[in-house]
Design a binder for this molecule. Sequence first.
Ligand code: HEC
Length: 143
Amino acid sequence: MIRTVLVVAGLGFGLTAVMAQSNPIAERQQAMKAIGGATREGAAMAKGDVPFDAAKAQGVFKTYAASAKTFGGLFPESSKTGGDTTASPKIWEDQAGFKAALAKFEADAQAGAAVTDLAGFRTAFGAATKNCGTCHEVYRIKK
Ligand code: HEC
């Protein structure tokens, strides 16, 4: 079961990589939109607005981890400007820092991938979502 999910996810990454060549800006914004959607779902569960559901909770982190994995490859030199990107030039000036911020987000997401209860979910969700603001603060421009 888990193996099937991984294989399917792997195929998804391949497709994303191909599409990325045509429009990396739209592609990375799409990845962030998926992350944003998962975050809304997770926040509702963390607050108790919707009942805790282990599969859904794990799904939030899976979306994070999968999106984080492709995201770093969607910043070719040619995509510094254009579209309505809010990517900061800092991403290209400080690639090591950006990659590290992304790697931390991915690691925190993976840490939550096996949550089974609400308390564990809240802790892992809190840790993973700290990365949003930390990264945006430095690597995203305000428009
Ligand atoms: C490692 C850095 C990093 C992390 C971590 C990160 N983001 Fe982002 N995010 C970005 C960058 C860079 C952009 C701008 C992409 C662009 O416009 O090209 C962005 C854009 C977005 C957008 C706008 C997408 C659009 O429609 O243009 C949303 C929503 C978003 N992030 C949500 C989140 C949330 C929620 C989290 C945490 C769960 C998160 N991000 C974590 C770097 C990050």
